[in-house]
Design a protein around this ligand. Structure first.
Ligand SMILES: C[S@@+](CC[C@H](N)C(=O)[O-])C[C@H]1O[C@@H](n2cnc3c(N)ncnc32)[C@H](O)[C@@H]1O
Length: 220
């Protein structure tokens, strides 16, 4: 597993610590033995389905999974034929889970530990996933500009939206109890930052936030 190349901001450090501690419990959210999980977290499964559908549009795609965590989505992308899969994640414990999960795919897989903004990633990719990622990102435009440098095809990304029903509890749970910063987005704001970074976004608004499928615009 590659190691971090640079120091990160304190906000990023808090996110790293959060996902070091919570890797196992986050990974467990995908377990569908309890059909209840799908009902409780429809966004988790919806974003996974969109990401896999977009990857299937490409023949043996190369896939960059930004904050890919334990590679629950990556595993399925590889099963459906991805030729290269790179998971860049801050959290060593998340990447340990990914390593065990993806062992059977051999050298189609690269796991890179570090802050996506400052970590070296070789090559370019047909598709990039950024799922459950922007919740924790202080400077979303910078991360979109970075992914634009590495993507020739499409990005699939999810974003939380503030709602008065879930917002306050979410802020309390993450920022106060778990000391992990979180951020919210608006549809107009997303459209602007995607376009500025050189993407043509299609934005779907759902119960728990936004799902974006964005195409790289040529020579942006
Ligand atoms: C909620 S998890 C989502 C994991 C995976 N994308 C999924 O949907 O199953 C968010 C992940 O983003 C990672 N992350 C957050 N900020 C990051 C950054 N700046 N660079 C790389 N990874 C980051 C965290 O370590 C964590 O594993």
């Amino acid at each position: 597993m590659s190691k971090p190349t640079q120091q990160s901001s304190s906000s990023t450090g808090r996110v790293r610590e959060h996902f070091r501690e919570k890797a196992f419990s986050f990974d467990q959210l995908y377990d569908e033995e309890h059909a209840l999980q799908r009902k409780l977290r429809p966004g988790l499964f919806e974003r996974r389905e969109l990401a896999l559908a977009v990857a299937r549009e490409y023949d043996a795609p190369s896939v960059l999974d930004v904050g890919g965590g334990s590679a629950r989505v990556g595993e399925l992308a590889l099963e459906q034929g991805a030729s290269r899969y790179v998971d860049v994640d801050l959290s060593d414990t998340m990447l340990e889970l990914a390593r065990a999960r993806l062992e059977r795919f051999g050298d189609r897989v690269e796991l890179v530990q570090g802050d996506f903004l400052t970590t070296t990633v070789d090559g370019t990719f047909d598709v990039a996933f950024m799922l459950g990622y922007f919740d924790y990102i202080e400077d979303a435009p910078a991360h979109l500009r970075r992914v634009a440098e590495l993507t020739t095809g499409s990005v699939v990304a999810s974003f939380p939206r503030w709602t008065w029903t879930k917002g306050p509890i979410r802020k309390l749970r993450y920022q106060v109890i778990n000391n992990c910063p979180i951020f919210d987005y608006t549809e107009d704001g997303l459209r602007r930052i995607f376009e500025d970074a050189g993407f043509r976004p299609q934005i779907r608004s759902g119960g728990s936030g936004f799902l974006v499928r964005a195409y790289r615009t040529p020579s942006a």
